[in-house]
Design a protein around this ligand. Structure first.
Ligand code: LER
Ligand code: MN
Length: 276
């Protein structure tokens, strides 16, 4: 199991970007804990030094398995489903602007809140159509760059648009692009899926990245999710990508990241011992 943890490259309101602040110090700490990779949350690629980020991760022997893009919504309200065409265009351009760096470091580009938060409990047909149109354009550009996009179901308290893996799979089918997969996140699944196991099984062929946090968004081990069963199932369905920690920095980022890797490694150790 390859493990990563989320680090925000810029100041952000989003609370579950586990690490924020001093990049050099945080990357060194993450590598020292034994993580294999660091997932980067990047609000705007134009505002970061991508060369420096790539070489920082490489210097510490860390892969960059995924890039989170949701801060374009969180900080700037750019979205694929905004009523204004100009805002939608800027959101699509922003998503596409992540592709060159993602191609260079071999990262998946995540489509989370950049799809937007349409008003109302049930998303309108129009919002869904706008999202599909934006995803098609992004997936076409991703195809040209050889980058995988990952549509992440998010819980209903964040957006009404794509809450479950089933909905995500139906959007993926409608977009019909080889470079669009799905990203299950255990925190969201715990709220939205009828069964976490069933959701993972049904999405298995399309899973291109995986987020872990416990039921309360504390690090794995801090809530009541059955991580031994979840990790066993991921292995069983043949998932070989990264398992990336996106949890609240509680009691603080350093202890959260240390607790998470200890917990996940101990599960792996138990499984290996049981397998003999
Ligand atoms: C992003 O990966 C995520 O899980 C969301 O909760 C962000 O709002
Ligand atoms: Mn997530």
């Amino acid at each position: 199991m390859k493990l990563a943890v989320v680090l925000s490259t810029q100041p952000a309101q989003f609370q579950a970007a586990t690490f924020k602040g001093d990049l050099e110090e945080n990357v060194a700490y993450i590598a020292g804990l034994g993580y294999d990779g660091v997932e980067l949350a990047i609000r705007d690629p134009a505002l970061v030094d991508e060369d420096a980020l790539a070489s920082l991760a490489a210097r510490h022997g860390l892969a960059i398995p995924a890039i989170g893009t949701g801060q374009a919504w969180g900080e700037e309200r750019l979205s694929f489903t905004d009523p204004q065409a100009e805002v939608r265009r800027r959101a699509v351009e922003r998503l596409k602007s992540h592709l060159p760096f993602a191609a260079r470091v071999g990262a998946v580009v995540i489509v989370g809140l950049i799809r937007g938060v349409p008003l109302g409990d049930a998303p309108s047909e129009q919002a869904r159509a706008l999202m599909v149109e934006a995803l098609r354009e992004c997936a076409e550009a991703a195809h040209e760059c050889g980058v995988q996009l990952a549509l992440e179901p998010l819980n209903r308290y964040e957006t009404p648009l794509v809450n479950t893996l089933e909905e995500a799979l139906s959007v993926v089918a409608e977009v019909g692009a080889d470079k669009l997969g799905v990203l299950p996140d255990t925190f969201h699944m715990n709220i939205e899926e009828r069964s976490i196991e069933e959701g993972i099984r049904r999405a298995a062929d399309r899973i291109v990245h995986f987020h872990v946090a416990d039921s309360n968004r504390w690090p794995p081990g801090g809530g009541h999710l059955d991580f031994p069963a979840i990790l066993r199932l991921l292995r069983h369905v043949g998932y070989t990508g990264y398992v990336s920690g996106e949890f609240l920095p509680l009691p603080d980022a350093a202890s959260a990241a240390r607790g998470a890797i200890e917990h996940l490694h101990s599960i792996e150790g138990d499984e290996n011992a049981a397998a003999g």
